[in-house]
Design a protein around this ligand. Sequence first.
Ligand code: AMP
Ligand code: ZN
Length: 493
Amino acid sequence: MLLYTKHPISIYNSLSKKKELFKPINKGSIGMYVCGPTVYSNVHLGNLRTFMSFDMIFRYFKHLGFKVRYVRNITDAGHLENDEDEGEDRIAKKARLERLEPMEVVQKYTVDFHNTLNTFNFLPPDIEPTATGHIIEQIEVIKVILDKGLAYEVNGSVYFDVLKYNESNNYGILSGRRIEDLIHNTRALNGQSDKRSPQDFALWKKAEKNHIMRWPSPWSSGFPGWHIECTVMSIKYLGKQFDIHGGGIDLKFPHHECEIAQGKAWNDCFPVNYWMHANMLTLDGQKMAKSTGNNILPGEILSGNTEKLSKGFSPSVVRFFMMQAHYRSILDFSNDALLASEKGYLKLIDALKTLKNLVPSSSKSKFNVLNWKQRCYDAMSDDFNTPVLIAELFGAVKYINQIKDGNNTIGVEELEILKKTLNNFIFDILGLENEKDKSSKSKLADTVKILINIRNQARKEKNFKLSDQIRNQLIDIGIQLKDSKDGTNFFVD
Ligand code: AMP
Ligand code: ZN
């Protein structure tokens, strides 16, 4: 029997606000879309948490034998500073400040994003579409929505007509916001006088004279609104109705509410069956965010080069820390929590080593391996409950240590099941790596990367004495650093 029929999954659906038995549209296949990063700066650990939650979900689906098409986009245009269609384009602003082409900014941070995900052992999505690669498709969809009378053009910009849509639909179906409240509470911002009503949102914006990221369209030389890219790219690659759409909980409104409205307006059906939202990583009780500077970067946690940490932590310890919380719970980042996670992770990895040397026996065990295995699947199939899974893994650790100390026994078959199940859950599903087992080559690479991070930090702080010392001492032992616009690489002589 296929694993996915043996372990039916229930998923908390943000749309129905309850856990539902997951039924894919096509048996055995899943279409999943997750909102990706806006590539105008390095991702921080908060962003990483959301992407890691969906990496774990993707891994579990694959483990159960589903054929998954996982689409995660790159937002490289259209995301303005202010989510209410105001302000400068985030990428264009960065380009202006750094005197770069916007596409240089996009390239730099896309490369950084991919490097970070590699470091943290992510599986790549199957398709990673970009907003700028789908301008034509976005224009075509806007035309359809206009033809249906659910959008209007003013001075070269096109806006979605929320009130008109709401006459026969429920704008607010996902977020629970009431249209009356939205009308009263949405600020009428400068430059928004074009909108018929303040809660309307842009599908296409006419570019101001100094706006460099622009494309021709039937309405103006301009750029697409932020929400339309996800509607267009998810539906292009997954169909007009697909299984799962995910993202951080802060995207529920307005981004995902707008996606539902756009998809319904375009195709006369709801685009997504299961909406999944990952909760926030906080620092000192406040949401980690790029804009406020209240964040930790992946390089900082690896090197420990931040006042928030007493030392650096490995990628698997960070992953273990993230997985100890349920993806729908808020998780607060702290040095103490990381230290505790490191202890837990090492205990788990040590138990795997012990397991390798255990000798099976025929006497009756006091631990039922098959029941334990079922409980591990039950935890994951109950809306991806990784903290409960990890508690079960520690149940197995206790059992392994009892066998080692001669206080319990294990049969030949049970030993094989225990090894296979632990490997599946720890490595394939949680995505942890056995860092103790990593070859000396990759240890060298990791060590040099840590030094590169410390050197970059030193340069940022204008501590050139330290940055030169790192570079020169590495040269002395035959390691050359090469700086380029995409970051620093190293070569061993
Ligand atoms: P952005 O690049 O700002 O569009 O964000 C990329 C993803 O990171 C989105 O799914 C956000 O919801 C998510 N995100 C942003 N801040 C946090 C945070 N503090 N904790 C968890 N996820 C976050
Ligand atoms: Zn999106």
